[in-house]
Design a protein around this ligand. Structure first.
Ligand SMILES: [Zn+2]
Length: 210
């Protein structure tokens, strides 16, 4: 499956950027607190996750100094996310942090354009649409790795987790307005990769830098 680009706009399904719709619990002393980035509507058959209901919250601590794997559990009934320890401490300048929570916006999914599809376009050219351009929210499909491919075993049941979304960053001078009309979504020169186990309601977050 090729995947989709999420962009600002209304969709038949309820995919959301940002917001504060979930209670997020982090280990005591962890800094910065995790930020809810995306909430995906699992009822959307385009995603092919084989779920007819419920939502998947994609959340991460957005400090570019720490590229370790992150893991959390979520409870779709209580709308609660609980991050695994140990606590993390970023030494990133506070000026570089995005607002937390991020402003909430509806998202619509659109098919990949030719330039965004690694099946027909050179991977490094596709990366240019993902890092510093409008295609920075990639949902479904295979991960667009910046380096080598990685596999993720669920830390609860041990089965391989499914890739669900990749998050790059947008062009500094042409922000989409998701964060604000003047501030782009920018975490540093790296991308986040979200993987999920739907049996355990567990998510892993990986990072790769250029
Ligand atoms: Zn599992």
């Amino acid at each position: 499956m090729a995947g989709y680009i999420a962009e600002p706009g209304a969709d038949r399904y309820c995919h959301v950027f940002g917001g504060a719709g979930w209670t997020v619990v982090a280990p005591t002393g962890a800094s910065p607190g995790p930020t809810l980035v995306l909430t995906l509507d699992l009822g959307d058959p385009r995603l092919g996750f084989g779920r007819s209901s419920e939502v998947l919250p994609l959340c991460a601590h957005l400090d570019g100094s720490n590229l370790d794997r992150q893991h959390y559990s979520f409870d779709p009934v209580l709308k609660r996310i609980a991050f695994d320890g140990p606590a993390w401490h970023a030494d990133t300048e506070p000026d570089y942090y995005l607002p937390n929570p991020l402003p909430q916006h509806p998202l619509r999914l659109r098919p990949l354009r030719e330039a965004e599809d690694p099946r027909v376009t050179d991977k490094y050219d596709v990366q240019d649409t993902f890092l510093g351009d409008v295609g920075f929210l990639r949902v479904g499909g295979e991960p667009l790795w910046l380096q080598h491919a990685e596999e993720v075993a669920c830390t609860s049941c041990g089965t391989e987790q499914a890739p669900v979304a990749c998050v790059g960053y947008e062009n500094e001078s042409h922000p989409s307005g998701l964060v604000s009309s003047s501030e782009p979504f920018f975490l540093g020169e790296f991308a986040l990769y979200f993987f999920a186990c739907f049996g355990c309601n567990r998510v892993s977050v990986l990072s790769q830098s250029t």
